[in-house]
Design a protein around this ligand. Structure first.
Ligand code: HEM
Ligand code: NAG
Length: 504
């Protein structure tokens, strides 16, 4: 960072803090890293900035209430919690006092605009009501049985077949394949078009790159030690801020074109063909910009989440061949043609347990923050001041001994069964969403939860049934939490055809 932006930062900060201090008479105390006058824990934060997840997890383990407070120069006071009672309180009981809040929506505004992911209050509520229809059991079933099967039969499985033919010489990044699948499928579901990024599996897809850039730079804004640094950079049109601008321009053009095409089709036919979200939004007469932003929110919500979970699932299985074997047996009991049927997918309990277990250790959304409107007190006694950031932390929660026991760091899908010793035939536990908030919980719980689970089951089952995935190298993979989490450097694997297994 140059001196000039730094001085500006400091000035901006001093002004900001002085105003805040005047407004807040009450001094709040609690567990957390040592905080010094004025700079708070900025030094410790800076030192740990590349391992915040584990740093927060360590601090939380040491706090008796599983809640900590982070105070640092140039950012709102942050309360991080891994306490289910607090999570329930902020996400449900007192939902209205914990919106995303301006500090968060400001960061993402250039990218997500007024899409539902990035707004509160009525703007959010109305969009939520409108899209809920899109997630009815019937539209999910239609989507899975028509569009998703097509995506697998025509694209993903042929790609795997060709990889298997090339044998162990051919190394592929499984994470990238799954991310492209995620992008294509969420576009099909919401926009009603297929961007075909998977067709060019091994070549560049500029629109994907634009989405990546926009997400990455927005996430870095949120993670920078001094929260207003990016505003100054944006004012100066500096480096990454300019890149963000260009990426957003490209994304807007991409989505706007699709909207205009769809509008034309609708006006020439008098009605739309598809039952996709976009047609519905256009038919309902929403403004073009609103529709555009909403679609972008949707694509971001659905794109990298499922691919991250599946990447970590394949990784975890590669380290637990006994579990993989058992899972292949379970999947082998379902005929190929039946795999896409809702009922058959529901029966794959061990697969579901493996998906949950993966997301416990590697939650696609590792943390998520809200901002309190008025002073409040969390159930564990932690005071929260107006304007404070309150973060619930699925990653840390998945690693708390008091929640998951001594073997919390081990991949053990059995823990999800009511009777672990009965094996894969037993019932699955219904864990509280407040103890396991990987999809968030309460009124703003992930809308795509059922869709995501069904899609992941279908994709993983289809791959495991036919292919063996072998990682190249045996290093421990590194979990990187950006807006959504991913595996650092991708997941390099080779693919083999699975020998027909004697099922049952
Ligand atoms: C494993 C996969 C997924 C995980 C772990 C996940 C997780 C989450 C989380 C944590 C949130 C809350 C984020 C926040 O408020 O800041 C959320 C919201 C949302 N998710 Fe998902 N998601 C997944 C897949 C999907 C899919 C496939 C879709 C759609 C196709 C989707 C659509 C949405 C939408 C629309 C919201 C916004 C809900 C609202 O603000 O009311 N998600 N998801
Ligand atoms: C989804 O499937 C339906 C029914 O086969 C089809 O009419 C529609 O075009 C498909 N959508 C996409 C985006 O492929």
């Amino acid at each position: 960072m140059g001196t000039f932006p730094f001085v500006l930062c400091v000035l901006f900060y001093v002004l900001h803090v002085t105003l805040r201090r005047f407004r807040r008479a009450r001094r709040l105390t609690g567990y957390g890293p040592a905080a010094y006058p004025i700079i708070g824990c900025l030094v410790a934060f800076y030192k740990n900035r590349s391992r915040l997840l584990n740093w927060y997890t360590e601090l939380l383990t040491e706090s008796p209430t599983r809640t900590i407070q982070i105070r640092r120069l140039g950012a709102p006071r942050t309360v991080v919690t891994a306490n289910p009672k607090n999570v329930e309180y902020m996400l449900k009981t007192n939902f209205n006092n914990f919106p995303k809040g301006k500090p968060f929506t400001e960061i993402l505004n250039d990218f997500l605009g007024r899409g539902m992911f990035n707004v509160d209050g009525d703007l959010w509520y109305n969009q939520r009501k409108l899209v809920s229809h899109e997630f009815s059991a019937k539209s999910l079933k239609d989507y899975v049985e028509n569009n998703l099967t097509e995506e697998l039969d025509r694209k993903l499985i042929p790609i795997f077949e060709s990889l298997a033919m090339q044998g162990d010489q051919k190394v592929v990044d499984l994470q990238e394949l799954l991310r492209r699948l995620g992008f294509d499928t969420v576009c099909k579901f919401s926009l009603g078009i297929d961007p075909c990024s998977l067709d060019r599996a091994l070549s560049d897809a500029p629109i994907l790159k634009a989405f990546d850039t926009a997400a990455l730079i927005s996430a870095r804004r949120a993670a920078s030690p001094i929260s207003y640094q990016w505003k100054i950079k944006r004012m100066l049109g500096a480096g990454t801020e300019q890149e963000l601008k260009n990426a957003v321009k490209e994304i807007h053009a991409f989505v706007t074109n699709i909207i205009r095409d769809k509008k034309e089709k609708i006006s020439s036919n008098g009605k739309s063909h598809g039952e996709d979200l976009l047609s519905r939004m256009i038919m309902a007469g929403h403004e073009e910009e609103v529709v555009r932003d909403m679609m972008i929110s949707f694509i971001m919500a659905g794109r990298d989440t499922t691919s991250a979970a599946m990447t970590w699932l394949f990784y975890s299985l590669s380290r637990h061949s006994d579990i993989e074997e058992e899972l292949v047996k379970e999947i082998g009991c379902v005929e190929d043609q039946e795999l896409a049927h809702y009922g058959a997918l529901k029966e794959l309990r061990l697969l579901e347990a493996c998906i949950f277990e993966t997301m416990r250790l590697y939650p696609p959304v590792a943390w998520d923050s809200k901002h309190a409107i008025v002073d409040d007190v969390l159930p564990d006694g932690t005071p929260v001041g107006a304007g404070d950031r309150v973060t619930y932390f699925p990653y840390g929660m998945g690693r708390m001994e008091n929640l998951w026991g001594k073997d919390r760091l081990e991949f053990r899908p059995e823990r999800w069964f009511v009777e672990p010793n009965k094996g894969r035939r037993g019932e699955l536990k219904k864990e509280s969403l407040f103890k396991f908030p990987v999809f968030q919980a309460g009124p703003r719980v992930c809308l795509g939860k059922e869709l995501a689970l069904i899609q992941m089951k279908y994709v993983v089952a289809s791959i495991l049934k036919r292919f063996q995935i072998k990682p190249v190298g045996s290093e421990q993979a590194v979990f990187v939490p950006l807006l959504t989490a991913h595996m650092a450097g991708g997941f390099k694997v080779t693919v083999r055809r699975r020998q027909p297994h004697m099922a049952r």
